[in-house]
Write a protein that binds this ligand. Structure first.
Ligand code: DAH
Length: 357
């Protein structure tokens, strides 16, 4: 047993001399690891006779226990030392100035779309979507704008290459085609809004080739002009935050509605400034009307039992009016100084929704 005494002394000395956790682990492996010296002694027991094995087994196991104990103690000491060293070297200088944090801002168009969606979702509308590359049928014909119709010229349409059937797809010129898609796939009642991107070949201070619209559609058995008026008056007052905002319905024409009305809100234009909700001037903000019976028929509905109203608004225009943004092109310049000025903090926008289903 001279060997085991020697090993015990050697490992105890190695343990006490280990100067860090890594070295200590090496000693542990050399002594008690699978191929360690003590484990090797234990494996020799199998070849001994019973008495010898009992005696040697006791001695080796007690050495093993002693080593384990010494290892645990040394580990605690070294771990403590390591922590103290770390605390010493990683001291934080709290007097250093912090790095400036740059806040991202929400784009005014996103904010405006959120506001519009929140107001209509409170009234029970749900959001519908459709593709930006549309068929001529959805964008025009089913909306009662046949090929020879003059309204087609007004839309400055972007046409794509003809597909296999010879049809030219279009970049949708308005969000109205989603009316058709919804009516063709759903039974009434319908109550949707459709915020989304639209395209026309037009570019100046108040037009951009890509812009945003929000369409609205309500279909049901007894929907009438009174519902249209109440919904849009409530929307305008809520959006501009003016309880008594004057709202006027002016007869107009759209191929997909009959009768049609443009909606104006009261404003004043004094000293070059525009004030919404006061004065004796009017500002046009959206188009609307009772869905044309031809459109209902095109979607497979019976106009004698089903009717509804629709409306459409330009989101850029509403954002410019509400937030005093003079040039539409600046929405798409990606100028961070502009965004910092006109943008919104995320918490201003979060939680606007209360009723999305
Ligand atoms: N689609 C029209 C446009 O782009 C806007 C519009 C007007 C939509 C009246 C409607 C509506 O649904 O009823 O100018």
């Amino acid at each position: 047993m001279a060997d085991i005494d020697y090993l015990k002394e050697k490992f105890l000395s190695d343990i006490s001399q280990a100067s860090d956790l890594e070295q200590l682990n090496e000693v542990k492996i050399a002594a008690l690891g699978k191929k360690g010296a003590i484990s090797e002694e234990l494996s020799k027991l199998g070849k001994m006779d019973a008495d010898e094995r009992r005696e040697a087994g006791q001695i080796i196991n007690s050495v093993k226990q002693d080593l384990n104990f010494a290892l645990t103690e040394r580990h605690a000491t070294l771990a403590k030392q390591a922590l103290e060293k770390k605390l010493e070297t990683e001291k934080i200088d709290v007097s250093l100035p912090s790095r400036p944090s740059v806040h991202a801002k929400i784009h005014p168009l996103s904010r405006t779309m959120e506001e519009i969606s929140a107001i209509f979702s409170d009234m029970g509308f749900v959001i519908a979507e459709g593709p930006e590359i549309e068929t001529d049928e959805h964008n025009f014909t089913a909306l009662n704008i046949p090929p020879e119709h003059p309204a087609r010229q007004e839309h400055d349409t972007f046409y794509l290459k003809p597909d296999d059937s010879g049809e030219r797809p279009v970049l949708r010129t308005h969000t109205s085609p989603v009316q058709i898609r919804t009516m063709r796939s759903k039974e009434p009642p319908i109550r949707i809004i459709v915020p989304g991107r639209t395209y026309r070949s037009d570019h100046d201070a108040t037009h951009s080739p890509m812009f945003h619209q929000c369409e609205g559609l309500v279909i049901g058995p007894n929907i009438h002009m009174g519902h249209l008026k109440a919904t849009l008056i409530d929307f305008c007052r809520s959006f501009f935050g003016v309880v008594e905002l004057p709202v006027r319905f002016r007869p107009s024409y759209f191929p997909f509605t009959e009768p049609s009305a443009e909606v104006d809100i009261g404003c004043s234009r004094e000293d070059g400034g525009l004030k919404i909700g006061a004065g004796n001037n009017w500002l046009e903000i959206l188009g609307s009307g009772m869905v044309n019976p031809r459109v209902l028929e095109n979607c497979g509905y019976d106009p004698s039992t089903t009717q509804g109203f629709a409306f459409g608004m330009g989101i850029e225009r509403l954002a410019m009016l509400k937030y005093g943004i003079p040039d539409l092109r600046t929405f798409y310049d990606s100028d961070l100084r502009w965004l910092h000025h006109y943008g919104f903090m995320p918490h201003d926008v979060a939680g606007l929704h209360t009723g999305i289903v």
